[in-house]
Design a protein around this ligand. Structure first.
Ligand SMILES: Nc1ncnc2c1ncn2[C@@H]1O[C@H](COP(=O)(O)OP(=O)(O)O)[C@@H](O)[C@H]1O
Ligand SMILES: [Mg+2]
Length: 310
């Protein structure tokens, strides 16, 4: 087990491509991920995130370009790579006929871990995922948050060097999400390299030291999250909810507005001060507005648009 070395570059993709139905869903992707980093991949549905991650672990053939994971050429050395990678897939695939402990046992045996080592590892992982009390429960008896924690524990059974998490917290309540975040932070501290996809901007902002925004199979931005907000977008946003066009036209007269967007009856004014528009709102009878600092979601929308996806 863990027979690959620990290179300083964990992912090296060059012109990596995947074609489905004559469309490049991953389009000449160039990406280098350093060891020990926590990299978040954001992108609308259909952006190509899952397909990219599936190529990383050799679950999907590569149609163009080159890829090496943990210093190993892919897909040639896929089975070797999989010994040192942990995966939390987008869809839970725990075995419903088995208990929590049995799920971990079966998975551990795939990796050829000896029974004695495996038992010890399972105790540690049940503890890590706060599932000690559920060890003998069936999967159907677990909450959504417990299932995700178990899938995370299972992904760690082989002591991976790289952990790949595809939307690990989608659909979880805030407590369950924060429990997962806590675990991921612990893993990062231990030096693990993590790659995560998410639709939760604050998740990426809090956890990741690097955020990649992907759309149509391409990288739209790649930066530490705070830098992304600083570099890609105005500092503040004024959101005004109104159907009153003359109010909107008059607010637009503020020369500090750098950019304007509309979505239904929500009007977004982006800029650095917006003082004139704010004064005007304060002096008007209209009180349905919000003035706030720009965030990662604003960057995401700016880069990928407001249109609904699949
Ligand atoms: N096995 C497949 N066959 C055909 N098209 C696929 C297949 N898997 C994914 N796609 C398409 O590839 C695109 C990217 O999908 P995916 O990688 O799952 O995106 P994301 O994870 O960013 O939502 C989508 O348009 C999807 O419909
Ligand atoms: Mg996906």
């Amino acid at each position: 087990m863990n027979s690959v070395n620990s290179p300083s570059v964990v992912v090296e993709a060059s012109n990596l491509s995947k074609i489905y139905d004559n469309t490049a869903v991953v389009d000449k992707l160039n990406l280098t991920i350093e060891s020990g980093s926590f990299c978040g991949i954001l992108g609308p549905n259909g952006a190509g995130k899952t397909t990219t991650l599936r190529m990383f672990i050799g679950h999907c053939p590569i149609d163009g370009g080159e890829l090496s994971i943990l210093g190993q050429p892919m897909p040639r050395n896929a089975s070797l790579v999989r010994e040192s990678v942990g995966v939390v897939p987008q869809m839970d695939n725990l075995d419903p006929d088995f208990t929590v402990r049995e799920n971990l046992q079966v998975y551990g045996r795939f990796f050829g871990i000896s029974a004695k080592v495996l038992e010890k590892r399972i105790v540690e992982l049940l503890d890590f995922s706060s599932l000690q009390d559920k060890a003998d429960n069936k999967i159907s008896e677990l909450s959504g948050g417990m299932r995700r924690r178990l899938t995370l524990a299972r992904a760690l059974i082989n002591n991976p060097k790289l952990l790949i998490l595809d939307e690990p917290t989608t659909g979880l309540d805030p407590q369950a999400r924060q429990a997962i975040w806590q675990k991921l932070r612990e893993l990062k501290k231990q030096g693990l390299t993590l790659i995560l996809t998410t639709h939760y901007m604050e998740e990426a902002e809090r956890l990741c030291d690097r955020v990649i925004v992907m759309d149509h199979g391409k990288v739209m931005a790649d930066s530490p999250p705070k830098k992304l907000i600083r570099d890609e977008i105005e500092s503040h946003v004024l959101e005004v909810h109104t159907a009153n066009e003359s109010l909107v036209e008059s607010l637009k007269q503020d020369p500090s507005i750098a950019r304007f967007e509309q979505s239904g009856d929500i009007h977004f004014f982006y800029g650095d001060k917006l003082k004139i528009a704010l004064d005007e709102l304060e002096n008007s009878s209209h009180d349905d507005y919000l003035f706030r600092p720009a965030n990662l979601e604003d960057v995401f929308i700016k880069l990928t648009g407001r249109d609904l996806r699949e």
